[in-house]
Design a binder for this molecule. Structure first.
Ligand SMILES: NC(=O)c1ccc[n+]([C@@H]2O[C@H](COP(=O)([O-])OP(=O)(O)OC[C@H]3O[C@@H](n4cnc5c(N)ncnc54)[C@H](O)[C@@H]3O)[C@@H](O)[C@H]2O)c1
Length: 379
């Protein structure tokens, strides 16, 4: 018996094509196969999957695709940002070449943001672009990384240093995958939803503030509302500005300082999840906003309150992660200038004046940037 439910079907218009983002439950494998049938005649498919989904991919999904006459290959890829590398990409290129994939074959990313970014990057570059489908399984990937066409790998100490803009031909967001996420990964995704509220939607911010218990206990109506708003805000900012020349820049709120904290602390292990880095980065950006606009610190206190409510980090405890405080501040200050949004060698910051409104500013002084890290990093 079919139990799949479709809550939303977003049609995303691009310059010369369009694709759909399906948001629903129990969408696999039926919605995937229906869409594959309508979008491609080539029956060759590769599913690159997170180990967590080995049984599902090699069982129900592969069986159904095989039944529908697809020639299915599978490739396991570990998540975690240390695996978003050129080495993992080369492993995939080799696989595609050995198995004879062509441009009209399809690669499916089945996992979180790491797998989506990496597989999307490989899909965009192999033979100058093969069909790509995204099946995001973390909250972060569902509401952020699978949308907007940014695909990339990390290189040395720069996050997403080598990348591309490449949209999937289908994005299947199956709500049910959220149930099994660890609390840490769930909260990490929530950080990006809080970011959306700060930059563009004060009603969403108020909802998150009042309904934290519902959200944290993953109640369906609460999740559906906050996820739909985050997806709509992302689509609105990306629409007409895929290459980040204007409005899309705002989605980087919290990322400039956050990325620097992520790479500066990440010597041996994943000290901070991406969303945790963004959470700390938003506090730093709110601190800069207070000083830059010379206003009261209300906005900073609102950030602290909501991020703490959702169990997200607001400071870096240098001792707990075995760093000397001043060394870590110096390292963060060094790394922040690797930011990709720089224009004429100048950092650009997204800064909010009030919740729900923000702008992009290119004249924040180096001194204020250093002060922000001083504020964020505790001993
Ligand atoms: N392209 C973009 O626009 C964009 C936007 C935001 C983030 N990102 C990137 O996304 C990455 C972070 O993504 P992430 O937070 O999803 O991390 P991730 O892909 O490493 O996944 C986190 C963990 O969740 C596990 N997992 C995945 N789905 C699960 C499920 N349903 N149930 C239980 N466990 C599950 C994975 O095995 C992994 O251990 C970063 O590399 C970041 O740069 C990209």
């Amino acid at each position: 018996m079919k139990s799949n439910v479709m809550y939303n079907n977003y049609e995303v218009k691009l310059d010369s094509s369009c694709y759909n983002i399906l948001l629903g439950r129990d969408l696999l494998p039926d919605s995937l196969i229906e869409n594959l049938n309508s979008k491609t005649k080539n029956k060759k498919v590769l599913i690159v999957f997170d180990p967590y989904f080995e049984d599902l991919v090699k069982g129900k999904v592969q069986d159904a695709l095989t039944c529908a006459q697809y020639q299915v290959h599978t490739h396991l890829l570990k998540s975690g940002k240390h695996n978003k590398t050129i080495i993992s990409a080369i492993g995939l290129y080799e696989f595609l070449e050995i198995k004879g994939f062509s441009r009209d074959s399809t690669i499916i990313a089945f996992g979180g943001g790491v797998i989506g970014d990496l597989v999307g990057f490989v899909a965009s570059t192999y033979l100058r672009g093969v069909n790509f489908i995204s099946i995001p399984t973390t909250l972060m990937a569902m509401i952020d990384s699978s949308i907007g066409g940014k695909v990339a790998i990390n290189f040395r100490k720069t996050i997403n240093a080598i990348g591309n803009y490449y949209h999937p031909m289908l994005d299947v967001i199956d709500f049910d995958f959220i149930k099994s996420l660890s609390d840490r990964d769930f909260r990490s995704g929530l950080a990006e939803i809080i970011k959306c509220a700060v930059i563009a939607d004060k009603e969403l911010f108020a909802y998150l503030d009042v309904n934290s218990e519902k959200v944290l206990s993953r109640q369906q109506d609460a999740l559906l509302y906050i996820m739909s708003r985050a997806i709509e805000i992302k689509l609105d900012h990306v629409s007409g500005d895929v290459r980040e020349q204007g409005k899309r820049l705002r989605l980087n709120y919290g990322h400039t300082l956050g990325h620097s904290v992520e790479i500066s602390t990440d010597v041996l292990s994943e000290t901070y999840r991406h969303g945790e880095g963004v959470s700390i980065g938003m506090i730093g950006a709110a601190y800069i906003a207070v000083k830059y606009f010379g206003k009261s610190d209300n906005i900073l206190r609102e950030h602290e309150a909501i991020l703490k409510k959702y169990g997200l980090p607001t400071r870096v405890d240098s001792k707990a992660i075995n760093f000397r405080r001043q060394d870590l501040i110096d390292e963060c200050v060094r790394n922040v200038y690797k930011d990709k949004k720089k224009k004429n060698s100048q950092l650009r910051f997204v800064l909010p004046q009030v919740i729900g409104e923000c702008g992009v500013y290119g004249d924040v002084s180096d001194d204020l940037v250093a002060q922000a890290f001083n504020y964020l990093i505790r001993s």
